[in-house]
Design a protein around this ligand. Structure first.
Ligand SMILES: O=C(O)CCC(=O)C(=O)O
Ligand SMILES: [Fe+2]
Length: 282
Protein backbone atom coordinates (compact mmCIF):
# COMPACT_ATOMS: atom_id res chain seq x y z
CA UNK A 1 0.00 0.00 0.00
CA UNK A 2 1.35 3.41 -0.97
CA UNK A 3 2.22 5.24 2.26
CA UNK A 4 2.74 8.99 2.54
CA UNK A 5 3.10 11.72 5.11
CA UNK A 6 0.28 14.26 5.16
CA UNK A 7 2.72 16.96 3.99
CA UNK A 8 3.43 15.02 0.76
CA UNK A 9 -0.18 14.46 -0.25
CA UNK A 10 -0.86 17.60 -2.33
CA UNK A 11 2.24 17.00 -4.46
CA UNK A 12 1.42 13.34 -5.01
CA UNK A 13 -2.20 13.44 -6.11
CA UNK A 14 -1.42 11.81 -9.47
CA UNK A 15 0.33 8.86 -7.80
CA UNK A 16 -2.42 8.51 -5.21
CA UNK A 17 -5.22 8.53 -7.77
CA UNK A 18 -3.31 6.00 -9.86
CA UNK A 19 -2.85 3.73 -6.83
CA UNK A 20 -6.56 3.98 -6.04
CA UNK A 21 -7.69 3.17 -9.58
CA UNK A 22 -5.21 0.64 -10.94
CA UNK A 23 -2.77 -0.11 -8.09
CA UNK A 24 -3.52 -1.65 -4.71
CA UNK A 25 -6.67 0.46 -4.36
CA UNK A 26 -5.69 1.91 -0.96
CA UNK A 27 -3.30 4.58 0.35
CA UNK A 28 -2.15 5.19 3.93
CA UNK A 29 -1.64 8.80 5.03
CA UNK A 30 0.44 9.08 8.17
CA UNK A 31 -0.28 11.72 10.80
CA UNK A 32 -3.40 13.04 9.12
CA UNK A 33 -5.04 14.12 12.39
CA UNK A 34 -3.47 15.31 15.65
CA UNK A 35 -3.77 13.59 19.02
CA UNK A 36 -6.18 16.26 20.34
CA UNK A 37 -8.60 15.81 17.43
CA UNK A 38 -8.39 12.04 17.78
CA UNK A 39 -9.18 12.18 21.49
CA UNK A 40 -12.18 14.48 21.07
CA UNK A 41 -13.58 12.30 18.27
CA UNK A 42 -12.95 9.06 20.16
CA UNK A 43 -14.60 10.35 23.36
CA UNK A 44 -17.68 11.43 21.38
CA UNK A 45 -17.96 8.03 19.72
CA UNK A 46 -17.54 6.19 23.01
CA UNK A 47 -20.24 8.38 24.49
CA UNK A 48 -22.76 7.89 21.68
CA UNK A 49 -22.08 4.19 21.18
CA UNK A 50 -22.58 3.61 24.89
CA UNK A 51 -25.70 5.75 25.34
CA UNK A 52 -27.61 5.55 22.04
CA UNK A 53 -29.98 2.64 21.36
CA UNK A 54 -28.64 -0.17 19.12
CA UNK A 55 -28.22 0.90 15.48
CA UNK A 56 -28.15 -0.70 12.07
CA UNK A 57 -24.79 -2.21 11.27
CA UNK A 58 -23.44 -3.79 8.10
CA UNK A 59 -22.01 -6.91 6.53
CA UNK A 60 -21.95 -8.64 9.87
CA UNK A 61 -22.65 -12.04 8.32
CA UNK A 62 -22.95 -14.93 10.78
CA UNK A 63 -22.26 -14.58 14.54
CA UNK A 64 -25.64 -12.97 15.33
CA UNK A 65 -24.82 -13.31 19.04
CA UNK A 66 -21.87 -10.89 18.65
CA UNK A 67 -23.60 -8.19 16.65
CA UNK A 68 -23.76 -5.83 19.66
CA UNK A 69 -19.93 -5.82 19.72
CA UNK A 70 -19.74 -4.02 16.34
CA UNK A 71 -21.29 -0.67 17.22
CA UNK A 72 -22.13 2.06 14.75
CA UNK A 73 -22.56 5.75 15.41
CA UNK A 74 -24.25 7.34 12.39
CA UNK A 75 -24.63 10.96 11.25
CA UNK A 76 -21.51 12.14 13.05
CA UNK A 77 -21.89 15.69 11.73
CA UNK A 78 -24.48 16.21 14.47
CA UNK A 79 -22.25 14.72 17.14
CA UNK A 80 -19.24 17.02 17.43
CA UNK A 81 -17.61 19.86 15.50
CA UNK A 82 -14.47 17.76 15.14
CA UNK A 83 -16.33 15.68 12.53
CA UNK A 84 -17.13 18.82 10.49
CA UNK A 85 -13.38 19.41 10.30
CA UNK A 86 -12.64 15.78 9.48
CA UNK A 87 -14.93 15.59 6.45
CA UNK A 88 -13.41 18.65 4.80
CA UNK A 89 -9.73 17.97 5.36
CA UNK A 90 -7.96 19.96 2.69
CA UNK A 91 -5.46 17.27 1.60
CA UNK A 92 -8.13 14.61 1.27
CA UNK A 93 -10.41 16.98 -0.64
CA UNK A 94 -7.55 17.81 -3.05
CA UNK A 95 -7.00 14.13 -3.84
CA UNK A 96 -10.67 13.30 -4.17
CA UNK A 97 -11.36 16.31 -6.41
CA UNK A 98 -9.14 14.44 -8.88
CA UNK A 99 -10.48 10.97 -8.15
CA UNK A 100 -14.25 11.61 -8.00
CA UNK A 101 -14.54 14.95 -9.79
CA UNK A 102 -14.32 18.36 -8.20
CA UNK A 103 -17.98 18.52 -7.18
CA UNK A 104 -17.94 15.25 -5.23
CA UNK A 105 -20.19 14.94 -2.18
CA UNK A 106 -20.38 13.30 1.22
CA UNK A 107 -22.43 10.11 1.37
CA UNK A 108 -22.01 9.27 5.05
CA UNK A 109 -19.86 9.82 8.11
CA UNK A 110 -20.17 7.13 10.75
CA UNK A 111 -18.02 5.32 13.27
CA UNK A 112 -17.32 1.63 13.59
CA UNK A 113 -16.42 0.61 17.13
CA UNK A 114 -15.20 -2.97 17.38
CA UNK A 115 -15.38 -3.96 21.01
CA UNK A 116 -13.24 -6.78 22.41
CA UNK A 117 -14.59 -10.06 21.02
CA UNK A 118 -16.25 -8.43 17.97
CA UNK A 119 -16.50 -10.99 15.16
CA UNK A 120 -15.53 -8.82 12.18
CA UNK A 121 -17.38 -8.63 8.88
CA UNK A 122 -17.86 -10.62 5.71
CA UNK A 123 -15.79 -9.32 2.78
CA UNK A 124 -17.72 -6.80 0.70
CA UNK A 125 -17.54 -3.73 -1.49
CA UNK A 126 -19.08 -0.43 -0.42
CA UNK A 127 -22.03 1.69 -1.53
CA UNK A 128 -23.17 2.19 -4.26
CA UNK A 129 -21.78 -1.23 -5.22
CA UNK A 130 -22.88 -2.96 -2.02
CA UNK A 131 -25.36 -5.27 -3.75
CA UNK A 132 -23.25 -6.03 -6.78
CA UNK A 133 -23.85 -9.69 -6.01
CA UNK A 134 -26.88 -8.87 -8.23
CA UNK A 135 -24.84 -7.74 -11.26
CA UNK A 136 -27.97 -7.63 -13.41
CA UNK A 137 -29.24 -4.71 -11.32
CA UNK A 138 -26.32 -2.51 -12.47
CA UNK A 139 -25.80 -0.98 -15.93
CA UNK A 140 -24.43 -3.34 -18.52
CA UNK A 141 -20.67 -3.07 -18.97
CA UNK A 142 -20.21 -0.98 -15.84
CA UNK A 143 -16.57 -1.33 -14.92
CA UNK A 144 -13.82 -0.08 -12.66
CA UNK A 145 -12.32 2.44 -15.09
CA UNK A 146 -13.75 5.26 -12.97
CA UNK A 147 -14.96 5.34 -9.39
CA UNK A 148 -18.22 6.51 -7.84
CA UNK A 149 -17.02 6.01 -4.24
CA UNK A 150 -13.97 6.76 -2.11
CA UNK A 151 -13.80 5.61 1.49
CA UNK A 152 -11.70 7.35 4.11
CA UNK A 153 -11.08 5.53 7.37
CA UNK A 154 -9.68 7.71 10.15
CA UNK A 155 -7.95 5.51 12.71
CA UNK A 156 -8.80 6.60 16.24
CA UNK A 157 -6.82 3.69 17.72
CA UNK A 158 -3.78 1.92 16.43
CA UNK A 159 -5.12 -0.68 13.95
CA UNK A 160 -3.33 -4.02 14.42
CA UNK A 161 -3.78 -7.58 13.18
CA UNK A 162 -4.94 -8.42 16.69
CA UNK A 163 -7.65 -5.79 17.14
CA UNK A 164 -9.43 -6.10 13.80
CA UNK A 165 -7.59 -3.75 11.40
CA UNK A 166 -9.52 -3.69 8.13
CA UNK A 167 -8.53 -6.51 5.76
CA UNK A 168 -8.45 -5.85 2.02
CA UNK A 169 -7.46 -7.54 -1.19
CA UNK A 170 -4.95 -5.32 -3.05
CA UNK A 171 -5.96 -4.73 -6.67
CA UNK A 172 -9.42 -6.31 -6.30
CA UNK A 173 -11.08 -3.02 -7.26
CA UNK A 174 -10.03 -3.66 -10.86
CA UNK A 175 -12.53 -6.55 -11.07
CA UNK A 176 -15.54 -4.61 -9.79
CA UNK A 177 -17.29 -7.68 -8.45
CA UNK A 178 -18.54 -9.19 -5.23
CA UNK A 179 -15.97 -11.30 -3.30
CA UNK A 180 -17.78 -14.60 -3.77
CA UNK A 181 -15.26 -16.76 -1.96
CA UNK A 182 -14.79 -15.45 1.58
CA UNK A 183 -12.23 -18.14 2.53
CA UNK A 184 -10.02 -17.24 -0.44
CA UNK A 185 -10.36 -13.59 0.49
CA UNK A 186 -9.27 -14.12 4.11
CA UNK A 187 -6.30 -16.25 2.96
CA UNK A 188 -4.96 -13.65 0.52
CA UNK A 189 -5.90 -10.44 2.31
CA UNK A 190 -3.54 -7.69 3.48
CA UNK A 191 -4.36 -5.47 6.44
CA UNK A 192 -4.74 -1.69 6.69
CA UNK A 193 -2.43 -1.18 9.67
CA UNK A 194 -1.63 2.22 11.12
CA UNK A 195 -1.37 4.49 14.15
CA UNK A 196 -4.13 6.55 15.71
CA UNK A 197 -4.42 9.73 13.64
CA UNK A 198 -3.47 8.08 10.33
CA UNK A 199 -6.06 7.72 7.63
CA UNK A 200 -6.59 5.26 4.81
CA UNK A 201 -8.15 6.36 1.55
CA UNK A 202 -9.49 3.42 -0.43
CA UNK A 203 -11.51 2.74 -3.52
CA UNK A 204 -14.96 1.46 -2.49
CA UNK A 205 -14.68 -1.26 -5.14
CA UNK A 206 -11.85 -2.91 -3.16
CA UNK A 207 -12.87 -6.14 -1.40
CA UNK A 208 -12.49 -5.46 2.30
CA UNK A 209 -13.94 -5.99 5.77
CA UNK A 210 -13.41 -5.37 9.48
CA UNK A 211 -11.69 -8.35 11.11
CA UNK A 212 -12.24 -9.94 14.55
CA UNK A 213 -11.10 -7.94 17.54
CA UNK A 214 -9.09 -10.43 19.59
CA UNK A 215 -7.58 -7.77 21.83
CA UNK A 216 -8.97 -6.55 25.12
CA UNK A 217 -9.50 -2.94 23.99
CA UNK A 218 -11.79 -1.09 21.57
CA UNK A 219 -10.80 -0.52 17.94
CA UNK A 220 -12.53 2.59 16.63
CA UNK A 221 -12.51 4.04 13.14
CA UNK A 222 -14.38 6.93 11.55
CA UNK A 223 -15.72 5.76 8.19
CA UNK A 224 -16.29 8.54 5.67
CA UNK A 225 -17.97 7.78 2.39
CA UNK A 226 -17.50 10.22 -0.49
CA UNK A 227 -19.44 9.94 -3.75
CA UNK A 228 -19.48 11.36 -7.25
CA UNK A 229 -21.87 14.33 -7.35
CA UNK A 230 -24.78 12.47 -8.97
CA UNK A 231 -24.93 9.47 -6.62
CA UNK A 232 -27.72 9.50 -4.01
CA UNK A 233 -26.08 9.91 -0.58
CA UNK A 234 -26.23 6.92 1.71
CA UNK A 235 -27.33 8.91 4.76
CA UNK A 236 -30.23 11.35 4.45
CA UNK A 237 -28.17 14.38 5.31
CA UNK A 238 -30.76 16.87 3.97
CA UNK A 239 -33.13 15.80 6.76
CA UNK A 240 -30.55 14.52 9.22
CA UNK A 241 -27.94 17.26 9.61
CA UNK A 242 -29.04 19.87 12.13
CA UNK A 243 -29.80 23.52 11.17
CA UNK A 244 -27.03 24.56 13.57
CA UNK A 245 -24.39 22.62 11.62
CA UNK A 246 -25.78 23.91 8.32
CA UNK A 247 -25.76 27.52 9.52
CA UNK A 248 -22.02 27.46 10.20
CA UNK A 249 -21.12 25.27 7.19
CA UNK A 250 -18.21 26.46 5.05
CA UNK A 251 -18.71 26.56 1.26
CA UNK A 252 -16.95 23.19 0.97
CA UNK A 253 -19.15 21.59 3.64
CA UNK A 254 -22.26 22.99 1.91
CA UNK A 255 -21.08 21.42 -1.32
CA UNK A 256 -20.35 18.11 0.42
CA UNK A 257 -23.91 18.12 1.73
CA UNK A 258 -25.30 18.40 -1.78
CA UNK A 259 -25.98 22.14 -1.62
CA UNK A 260 -24.65 22.78 -5.13
CA UNK A 261 -26.39 19.91 -6.87
CA UNK A 262 -29.84 20.93 -8.15
CA UNK A 263 -31.53 17.60 -8.97
CA UNK A 264 -34.22 16.34 -8.73
CA UNK A 265 -36.27 19.41 -9.63
CA UNK A 266 -39.98 20.06 -9.64
CA UNK A 267 -39.66 21.18 -13.26
CA UNK A 268 -43.15 22.72 -13.31
CA UNK A 269 -42.07 25.17 -10.62
CA UNK A 270 -38.85 26.42 -12.25
CA UNK A 271 -38.78 29.80 -14.03
CA UNK A 272 -39.59 29.54 -17.75
CA UNK A 273 -36.06 30.10 -19.04
CA UNK A 274 -33.22 28.20 -20.66
CA UNK A 275 -31.69 26.47 -17.63
CA UNK A 276 -28.83 24.29 -18.90
CA UNK A 277 -26.18 24.49 -21.54
CA UNK A 278 -23.23 26.73 -22.23
CA UNK A 279 -25.38 29.79 -22.90
CA UNK A 280 -27.56 29.48 -19.79
CA UNK A 281 -26.99 31.24 -16.47
CA UNK A 282 -26.27 27.98 -14.60
O1 LIG B 1 -14.42 -0.94 10.33
C1 LIG B 1 -13.80 -1.47 9.41
O2 LIG B 1 -12.67 -1.94 9.52
C2 LIG B 1 -14.45 -1.58 8.05
C3 LIG B 1 -15.94 -1.29 8.05
C4 LIG B 1 -16.54 -1.43 6.69
O3 LIG B 1 -15.90 -1.74 5.73
C5 LIG B 1 -17.98 -1.17 6.49
O4 LIG B 1 -18.74 -1.13 7.45
O5 LIG B 1 -18.41 -1.01 5.32
FE1 LIG C 1 -16.98 -1.46 3.88
Amino acid sequence: MLTLEMSQVKNKTVDIVNELLVGDGAVLIKGAFGADEVKVARDAILHYSTHESDKATHFHGANEDKIHLQRRVWNLLNKGQVFERMVQNSEVVTVLNEFLGNEFILGSIAANRLMPGAAGQEPHVDYPYLDIFKPGSFPKNMNSSFALNAQVTILLDEFTTDNGATAYSPGSQRELSWPENADEFYKGASRQLGEAGDCVIFNGMVWHCAMPNNSNADRIGVLIQYLAKFVTPFEDQKNGVSPEVLSRATPILKRLLGGNYPFPHLMDELPAENAYGLTSKN
